[in-house]
Design a protein around this ligand. Structure first.
Ligand code: TXA
Ligand code: MG
Length: 324
């Protein structure tokens, strides 16, 4: 396969072409509000196998199924009554629900699990594509397994251009971190991954939730690998007043920080949000990490951000990125 074409995601002809590729068992990279997805027809096991191959993703790591609304979600998952309020409040949007799967979902999508992860993305191009393909679309983030997730079409082209049939360019992703994953399998809803919907927003709808998001070598839920979202350049998270940030003589150090600070000593600096807004910071996170990774630094350092709201998702990504 040669280099994939990049078409404007807002063009209806492009959506038609992309839908035809999905129906024929091909792969389309498409924008969502969180990150770009690498999509295949969820009910075509061969097409889904190509997703794992393209990403070099271990086949024990299950994919998220993307649908257009709650009614179609219910064809693929068996939802408890408690899910209704969540779907009404957060769909379309960055919330993925894990529920028992129906027979329509082939085992390769769920890595053999009896549960399936489902969400309704909030990007019009994603919804148009799913509608036009008349399919549910299984899609992981469109990056090589373990690397920083893509939030712009060129990020996808850079890593997967020769492995996808088409890339839909919808501009930068508005949310910038992946969806929050909430398991509804047990008696209490359990967060498996912090993401675009905050814990505060979730508890306002369902009351107390449990967390099972820790970094661990042996993931309790698949996809909780300790090292993930990783830059090639090693990254260290600093404590607030640490001087390990201090570059040694001749050393090139890149700095990631929430708000601006004295940055003279650094070879490259990325400020996530001048006003300290965590939503803006999340939207900038992965592009900033990529720029730092490409700035020819010996190492990267990051100051922690407050762990509330979207700060939880940001710190989760930074911790996994920094794990060696
Ligand atoms: O925002 C997002 O969720 C993006 C966009 C493209 O929708 N997708 C995304 O996919 O982040 P991916 O594959 O990079 O991450 C999906 C996560 C994985 O960590 C996987 O282990 C988890 O979802 N997952 C999928 N099915 C699961 C299941 N049945 N039980 C537990 N975890 C599951
Ligand atoms: Mg991913």
């Amino acid at each position: 396969m040669g280099k994939a074409r990049i078409l404007d995601a807002h063009n209806s002809q492009a959506i038609k072409e992309a839908a035809a590729i999905i129906r024929a068992g091909g792969l389309v990279a498409f924008p969502t509000e969180t990150v770009y997805g690498l999509g295949a027809d969820a009910c075509n096991p061969l097409a889904v196998a190509r997703v794992f191959e393209a990403k070099q993703r271990p086949s024990l790591d299950p994919l998220i199924v993307h649908v257009v609304d709650a009614a179609s979600a219910k064809r693929y998952g068996i939802f408890p009554e408690s899910a209704d309020a969540l779907m009404r409040r957060f769909w379309p949007g960055p919330l993925t629900l894990v529920v028992p799967k129906t027979v329509l979902v082939p085992p390769i999508v769920t890595a053999g699990l009896d549960s399936v992860a489902i969400r309704v993305p909030a990007h019009p191009a994603a919804l148009n594509l799913i509608r036009a393909a008349e399919a549910a679309i299984a899609a992981p983030s469109a990056n090589q397994f373990g690397y920083v997730s893509p939030t712009e079409a060129p990020h996808v082209a850079h890593q997967l251009s020769d492995k996808v049939d088409l890339i839909l360019d919808g501009g930068p992703c508005a949310v910038g971190v992946e969806s929050t994953i909430l398991s509804l399998l047990g008696p209490t809803p359990t967060i498996l991954r912090f993401g675009g919907v905050t814990v505060e927003e979730l508890t306002a709808v369902v009351g107390a939730v449990e967390h099972s998001t820790g970094t661990r070598e042996r993931p309790q839920a698949p996809g909780q690998m300790t090292r993930h979202y990783a830059t090639k350049t090693p990254l260290q998270i600093l404590s607030e007043h640490q001087d390990e940030a201090e570059p040694l003589k001749g050393e090139r150090v890149g700095l990631l920080t929430l708000t601006s600070r004295d940055a003279g000593r650094f070879a490259a600096v990325e400020v996530l949000s001048r006003s300290g807004n965590l939503r803006e910071a999340a939207a900038n996170l992965f592009s900033a990490l990529r720029r730092l990774d490409n700035a020819g630094c010996d190492r990267l350092v990051a100051y922690p951000v407050p762990e509330s709201g979207l700060g939880l998702a940001i710190m989760d990504r930074l911790r996994r990125c920094s794990a060696r």
